[in-house]
Design a binder for this molecule. Structure first.
Ligand code: OSB
Ligand code: MG
Length: 368
């Protein structure tokens, strides 16, 4: 299989509601969209890096430069026997996993389409629908958070994750927990705390949370292990897991007991599967995270989450929670907290080109 041509666009989508976390507010989503053309087919992928390096180090202008100058020249026109060859060819280059993942995911989609099979079958997934929860950003008040959580639970979402930060934590969780004593509830701090916040983190330990996501530094495992030894709520790692090797170290050292897998963060679908496998070997559950993806990235996430050890609801909720209109023609909507896996070949979604054209801010084309 040869990639004969690639196209990268930056597409601007307006979020229905601003999404606030401990590290900032997102109102517009800038989607780096990759289209790979070969064998008369089109492979699709989406980057999860933001315009600025706020979540991890990668960011859109850096990703575009790397794709243009370093990564695409190693992939275009090369005869690829299997998607795994993408990461093998990019192995000499350090880091930048989100950017590499775009190429790997695009090749997986193209490869699956060439074989006429849905992606999840090639990954070894076993389900045709996956359980999902919601990630609720920081709201104007604890009451508003409680009501929003209630509305999503009423829609059947199987878990509610609350974004927290210092000053927006115990009282908010208390309000939601009091209203919904039985709900599967979690929190995500996006690295906003340090070990000196132990009293607050201990207070959160009282709310019977399913897990506490990434309370400490984005690149830390050591302090998470210290914290885990002092609280009973399992820690879930997001930002600080970039590979299966990281997952092994985290689980071996007790830095966490649950892993949020994001395909982009770990550098593609194969590495995501390796993280999944390592966690399974430790008896640790994983779940599929999200980065406010359009339908393209969302579809990739859904296929991945069909693997056996995705034992907790993921963040891949209905696309209508994010956008008035998505970039893809197919609906990605949950029913009763279950997301059906798109059944067509590859990721099973196709671009609404007229709409994508309308929202395109920039477009570059590449050939061997
Ligand atoms: O930490 O999981 C996170 C969104 C952007 C960046 C980081 C995170 C998130 C979310 C939202 O929690 C998940 C989603 O609904 O896509
Ligand atoms: Mg997170």
């Amino acid at each position: 299989m040869k990639i004969e041509r690639a196209e990268i666009r930056i597409v601007k989508l307006q979020l229905l509601h601003p999404f606030e976390t401990s590290f900032g507010v997102e109102t517009d989503k800038y989607v780096p969209l990759l289209r790979l053309f070969g064998e008369g087919l089109e492979g699709l992928a989406e980057g999860v890096m933001d315009p600025q390096p706020m979540f991890r180090e990668e960011f859109i202008p850096g990703a575009l430069a790397l794709l243009r100058e370093v990564f695409l020249p190693r992939i275009l026109g090369v005869d690829l026997q299997h998607p795994q060859e993408v990461m093998e060819r990019l192995a000499p280059f350090r880091g930048n996993r989100m950017t590499k993942a775009m190429l790997e995911m695009g090749v997986w989609d193209l490869w699956a389409k060439q074989l006429g099979l849905p992606l999840y079958r090639l990954l070894g997934g076993t389900r045709t629908q996956i359980p999902v929860g919601v990630s609720l950003g920081i709201q104007p008040s604890a009451e508003a958070t409680r009501d929003l959580a209630g509305a999503h639970l009423a829609q059947g979402y199987k878990r509610v994750k609350l974004k927290i930060k210092p000053g927006w934590d115990v009282h908010v969780v208390a309000a939601v927990r009091e209203a919904f004593p039985q709900a599967d509830l979690t929190v995500d701090a996006n690295s906003a705390y340090t070990l000196s916040d132990l009293p607050t983190l201990r207070a959160l330990d009282a709310f019977d949370l399913d897990y506490m996501e990434q309370p400490l530094a984005y690149d830390d495992l050591h302090d998470h292990a210290k914290l885990q030894a002092q609280i009973r709520t399992p820690l879930c790692l997001d930002e600080s897991i970039l590979s299966a090797a990281d997952a092994r170290k985290a689980l071996e050292s007790g830095a966490g007991r649950v892993i949020n897998i994001k395909v982009g963060r770990v550098g593609g679908l194969l590495e995501a599967r390796r993280v999944h496998d390592v966690a399974a070997a430790f008896g640790a559950p994983v779940w599929c995270g999200g980065m406010l993806e359009s339908g393209v990235g969302r579809a990739h996430n859904i296929h991945l989450a069909t693997l056996e050890n995705f034992r907790k609801p993921g963040d891949t909720s209905s696309s209508s929670r994010y956008w008035k209109r998505d970039l893809v023609n197919e609906a990605l909507e949950t029913q009763n907290g279950m997301m059906p896996v798109p059944a067509g070949p590859g990721i099973g979604v196709t671009l609404d080109m007229a709409y994508v054209d309308q929202l395109t801010l920039s477009r570059e084309e590449f050939r061997p």
